[in-house]
Design a protein around this ligand. Structure first.
Ligand SMILES: [Zn+2]
Ligand SMILES: [Zn+2]
Length: 268
């Protein structure tokens, strides 16, 4: 049986004899369905169609990983070369042998840490290919397409190694998380936030939404609560979930400035 990948969101569902009727991710009001409805493909079909993985260095020991041509929601994952074993932050709905070889030459993957269910991608295939463990926040357990031995659940805060930490922030999804990397940005600290704290187009601000494509904001109280989860961490750089969504410097101030604006605008 094949495990089909939804072409609208890029998340792979459990093995089935036919394409699933509905994609649970896209049917959720945080996401959307393009008419005429869910479209599915197997990994083999995507490989035949010429999809490929692109990897670009972002800073020492950190790589951006994306899929070309555009698939799903066009997200970019991050591969962090950590001393205790590499970490894939977020995941993609595609993988091929060329990417396996390239990532293998960089040390493979020890942990796959999706920030939230929109970025689960084809995490089962990625985990299998690299013998990796997928770390999913327990609050989003119900979104895991199929349970298997490669998934471990965590909650609140999980230390992955010295200066490396997953922090559950909630908001967009109850288990929405960030990855903190103390040695990132030349030692000034890096926060990988994806949709948990979204870097906006001006790259000077962030925002806090329940649904990004459908533009449904979180309450000011929720935004304040999210920022409280990261405020104590020393960091300078923020990586959102797309290639162009990065705040290269002064990320902490950008978050505080954005929170003040967000609260003022949503209460006015
Ligand atoms: Zn979908
Ligand atoms: Zn999302």
């Amino acid at each position: 049986m094949d495990a089909y990948i939804c072409l609208t969101c890029g998340v792979q569902q459990g093995p089935s004899s036919e394409p699933p009727g509905e994609c649970p991710i896209c049917a959720d009001p945080r996401q959307y369905l393009e008419p005429p409805g869910a479209r599915w493909a197997t990994m083999a079909q995507l490989r035949e169609e010429g999809y490929r993985i692109v990897m670009r260095p972002l800073e020492p020991r950190l790589w951006g990983i994306g899929v070309e041509p555009w698939m799903g929601i066009g997200q970019r994952a991050l591969l962090l070369q950590a001393e205790g074993g590499n970490i894939l932050w977020d995941c993609l709905g595609f993988l091929n042998e060329a990417a396996m070889a390239q990532i293998g030459s960089l040390g493979g993957i020890r942990y796959i840490c999706p920030s939230h269910p929109h970025f689960f991608g084809a995490m089962a295939e990625w985990a299998q290919a690299f013998g990796a463990v997928v770390l999913v926040c327990e609050a989003d357990k119900g979104w895991v397409p199929w349970q298997s031995s490669y998934v471990r659940f965590w909650r609140d805060v999980l230390e992955l190694g010295p200066g490396l930490r997953l922090v559950q922030c909630g908001g967009h999804f109850p288990g929405s998380a960030v990855l903190y990397w103390a040695e990132g940005a030349e030692g000034r600290g890096t926060l990988c936030t994806s949709d948990t704290i979204m870097v906006t187009r001006d790259k000077q601000h962030v925002t806090f939404m329940w649904s990004y494509p459908n533009m449904v904001p979180l309450s000011p109280k929720e935004a304040i609560r999210i920022v409280r989860r990261v405020r104590h961490l020393p960091f300078d750089r923020i990586y959102g979930g797309w290639w162009d969504r990065v705040i290269w410097r002064d990320g902490r101030r950008a978050i505080e400035r954005s929170l003040a604006r967000y609260v003022a605008k949503t209460l006015s």
